[in-house]
Structure formats: structure tokens, C-alpha cells
Design a protein around this ligand. Structure first.
Ligand SMILES: [Zn+2]
Length: 371
């Protein structure tokens, strides 16, 4: 590997008390190396990628030097380490200079690699300035493009929304909409559980165990992808349809301390509320969090009377004051919305200049209640 070769040369020079090896010297060395039989394969690789490896090493060294000299603030930066083939995640970046190209037939042309088939997650909104090809722990390849988009404001709306995040349903809205985890996510989770069971039965150190381990890694990645996809779609939809969104804050942390910890963690609420928050910022919406101390199930959302705590088994009740029949989760979502309205100063999203294309964001969202 070029990165490791270059690192070895610079370390050797340092140990011999010689000055730092310059980039020019390093590039010349690289050209010479291509002539040797052991490194002949280097000429098979796009030269831009090789230069990139050198540039990455330079960045690592610069960060280290600046950290030592105090130029760089923050935590101490360690000197660059050798990269291992065993690193679970590997990436190569192609900039515009590398002359990569997105072809009309949907394939991606990479220098010295050829045309590769791409399963596009969505169309590119404009010509990309660079692409990073990533190989993840499960052995899958991804292409990540950098694309500049023109800022465009999201049209204003009067919509307001309170969301109760739960375990029965992933989310319950103040208008009564209940959103369950989608079937593709539940299927992926089932597959993961099965793969983990198979792995636990395999003998340690056996080849079959290695195969089963890879299957678990793949299933994990699938669940993570499916969940992220679900969170993205739902958060985009909520932000597009509402000017203000309120969620409960500490419920997640409060529950996570109890025996429910695993399912809470798996539900990924914090990832979801994180998306709501940054999308609110991006599109000029208000994002509010209310504290756990708000007694969302003790108060009637219609008349406001507080009639005390109810055990978790009580899913529905009629208010003794006004007679309104409440669904526990919907009542909670309504109280969350009311608390958010009462505490507008609590807005975490704030109104910031929108940064991304609104049209694109709203394409993914459909009408509320469709899920
Ligand atoms: Zn009432």
C-alpha cells in the first residue's frame, strides 16, 4: 500500500535523523517503485488514487505536527499509523481530476477500474465534484458523491406537531396517526436474530463460524440501513408538513436506564430526533424538546385536569371532568404539542437560513398517515 510505503520511508528518515521527506521526493520514489516487480501493480492503479494516498498521509502528518507545536487546538493527535488490510472499513476518494464519470446508462466509470454497476439510492441533483468508494465491514461497496446544491427556502406552513415516541408504535402524532416500524425493517431484524442464533452454534475458530460471522455483519448492516431509511423518510415528512415539531426529551434516557434499555436503544429514537433537529435547522422549522417532567399521561389534553398517574396497562380512559375518551399515546402526543407551544423559547431548531433544496426534501415525504 502506498500509504504504508510512504509512512515507512518517512519514519526511517526520522529515525536516521534525516529531514522530513518532501512530497516531490515521495512522488519520484513512487514512480521509481512502479518499475520494480513487487510494486508493478502500482501502475495498474489510477495515479490520482496513489497521489491521494500520499495526500492523506500528509494531512495525518500535518495534524500531528500542528498538535505537537500547539498550533492545533483540541485533543492531542497521534502520529500516523500503518494502515491494515484488516481495517474493517476502507475508502478511496476520486476527485474531478481523476476523471471519474457518471455514464448515461447509470454506471459509474472509475479510472483503472472500469465501468461499475451502481444501485442508485436517489438521482444526483447535479454533477458531482468527487466520489468516495467505501468498502464496509460486511464487504459491501458504496459510492458516496459530493454534490453542490443551490439553497432554496421551504414554503411556510401553519402545521404543528407533537410526537410521542413509544415501543408499541414507533411514533404517535397528536392528530392520532400511529406509525409502526415498516415491514422491511421488521423483516431485516428477524433475519439478524436468526443469523446471530446460527453464529452462536458454530464452533470457535472454524471456517463455518467465519462464514456465519460475515452473515451476521451483513444482517446488522441491513438492519442499520433499513432503520436509517425509515428515520429519514419519516423525519423529512414531519419537517415538510409542520412549522413546529415537539418531542419528549428525557423519556428516552429515562427509559434507557431500566430493563427496557435494549428495545429503546434498538428503536433508535435519538437518531430519529437528531434527524428532526438538523432538518428543522436546514429548512427553517422550529424543533422543540420538552423534559420528562411533563406529566404527559396524567393530564387530560382536552380540559387540562390532572387526574394522576395511570399504570402502563391502561391504554384508554375517559376523563372524569370533561368525559373525553383518551388513547394513552395520542393524549401524550397532544400534551407534548401543548407543552411545546407553551415553551417557544425552547426552540432548538431556530430559524436559520435554509441550506438545501426544498423540493428534493419534500419529494420523499408523502401525506401524513400513509405509513
Ligand atoms: Zn378532560
Amino acid at each position: 500500500m502506498v500509504f504504508n510505503d510512504a509512512l515507512a520511508v518517512r519514519r526511517a528518515a526520522h529515525e536516521a535523523g534525516k529531514p522530513y521527506v518532501t512530497d516531490a521526493a515521495m512522488s519520484a520514489r513512487l514512480t521509481a517503485l512502479k518499475g520494480t516487480p513487487e510494486r508493478a501493480w502500482l501502475s495498474e492503479v489510477s495515479s490520482v488514487v496513489l497521489q491521494q494516498a500520499l495526500a492523506d498521509l500528509n494531512t495525518a502528518y500535518r495534524n500531528f505536527f500542528n498538535s505537537v507545536s500547539g498550533k492545533r487546538k483540541g485533543p492531542h493527535v497521534a502520529p500516523p499509523r500503518f494502515r491494515s488490510r484488516k481495517d474493517s472499513r476502507q475508502a478511496i476518494r476520486f476527485t474531478a481530476n481523476a476523471r471519474f464519470k457518471v455514464l448515461g446508462n447509470g454506471r459509474l466509470r472509475l479510472p483503472k477500474v472500469g465501468d461499475v454497476e451502481v444501485r442508485w439510492s436517489r438521482p444526483l441533483p447535479a454533477a458531482p465534484s468527487s466520489v468516495t468508494v467505501i468498502r464496509d465491514a460486511a464487504g459491501r461497496f458504496f459510492a458516496s458523491f459530493v454534490v453542490a446544491v443551490t439553497p432554496q427556502a421551504l414554503p411556510g406552513t401553519d402545521g404543528e406537531c407533537g410526537i410521542d415516541l413509544g415501543l408499541g408504535h414507533f411514533a404517535v402524532m397528536d392528530d392520532g396517526t400511529k406509525i409502526a416500524a415498516p415491514r422491511f425493517l421488521r423483516r431485516a431484524e428477524k433475519k439478524l436474530k436468526h443469523a446471530q442464533k446460527v453464529l452462536s452454534r458454530k464452533e470457535k475458530g472454524s471456517r463455518n463460524r467465519e462464514k456465519a460471522r460475515l452473515k451476521v455483519a451483513r444482517a446488522h448492516a441491513e438492519v442499520a440501513d433499513a432503520r436509517r431509511d425509515f428515520h429519514h423518510k419519516l423525519s423529512t415528512r414531519v419537517i415538510c408538513e409542520n412549522q413546529a415539531v415537539t418531542v419528549e426529551d428525557l423519556a428516552v434516557r429515562g427509559l434507557a436506564r431500566t430493563r427496557l434499555a435494549k428495545s429503546v436503544h434498538d428503536a433508535g429514537w435519538s437518531a430519529f430526533t437528531g434527524m428532526l433537529q438538523y432538518k428543522a435547522r436546514l429548512y427553517g422549522r422550529d424543533f422543540r424538546k420538552i423534559g420528562r417532567f411533563e406529566p404527559t399521561s396524567q393530564v387530560c389534553s382536552a380540559c387540562g385536569v390532572k387526574d394522576g398517574p395511570k399504570p402502563l396497562s391502561v391504554r384508554e380512559w375517559a376523563c372524569k371532568q370533561c368525559g373525553t375518551v383518551h388513547d394513552r399515546d395520542v393524549n401524550a402526543a397532544r400534551n407534548i404539542l401543548a407543552a411545546g407551544r407553551a415553551d417557544k423559547s425552547n426552540a432548538c431548531g431556530g430559524r436559520v437560513r435554509p441550506l438545501a433544496t426544498a423540493a428534493q426534501a419534500c419529494e420523499a415525504g408523502s401525506r401524513r398517515g400513509a405509513a
